[in-house]
Design a protein around this ligand. Sequence first.
Ligand SMILES: Cc1cc2nc3c(=O)[nH]c(=O)nc-3n(C[C@H](O)[C@H](O)[C@H](O)COP(=O)(O)O)c2cc1C
Length: 226
Amino acid sequence: MDFSEYCRARKSIRGFTKEPLPMSLVDKIIDTAKWAPSSYNSQTWKIHAVAGEALDKIREGNTRNTMAGVPVKREFAYIEEYQDVHRRNQIDVAVQLFEMMGIERDDKAKRMDWMLRGFKQFDAPVSLVLTYDKYLEPAAMTHFACGSLAYGIVLAAWELGVGCIINGQGIQQPDVVREHAKIPEDEVIMITIAMGYPDYDFPANNVKSRRVENADFVSYVGFDDE
Ligand SMILES: Cc1cc2nc3c(=O)[nH]c(=O)nc-3n(C[C@H](O)[C@H](O)[C@H](O)COP(=O)(O)O)c2cc1C
């Protein structure tokens, strides 16, 4: 597959087989992904790779807190509501996912169950927690670097048949994640990436999200062939 086809074929995976991922494989993925660009090559990212009992404790703690109504939070400034076309894009993929999963709009129990899947890291065998040093705050360049690393991870994993989901829900109870992933207090938790071998019998894995046309978000200036 050429690179263009490869990028178009990748998708987020939200259901995994039980097969564990060896540390050596995760390390190989990271070894490729770390060639991602960062500002001044500062590489201001850190990764805490979590599996086994530690990850199960994160799932349990996240679920317990969510069920108990502990408010979600993030360790960085964040806009919770998208607007206009961004909101339409968000709804578009949510509708695709809910249809594929057979979740009706007013089925509160199934919707709750779906939300909890995110807090449970989609039951993936491995979760990578991306963090950065607190001294970097407000850290906009580092957020950019973490995004670049995250996409590197997702692409490098896909090449090896490993599926990923970049998972914002997974860090919405950051105190739980910090405790069980053993993340020092002087690091900010940015995002998690759940990874494992895709279970293609899991309906949501058959969703292919859509993209808006280039003309809707790109402007060209000064080209001869405009
Ligand atoms: C920063 C970030 C946070 C995300 N958080 C979640 C999440 O909490 N739950 C989820 O189901 N998907 C999450 N995703 C995955 C997106 O929903 C997904 O990338 C998008 O719908 C496009 O689909 P695709 O990755 O299959 O192309 C997140 C992606 C990014 C980049």
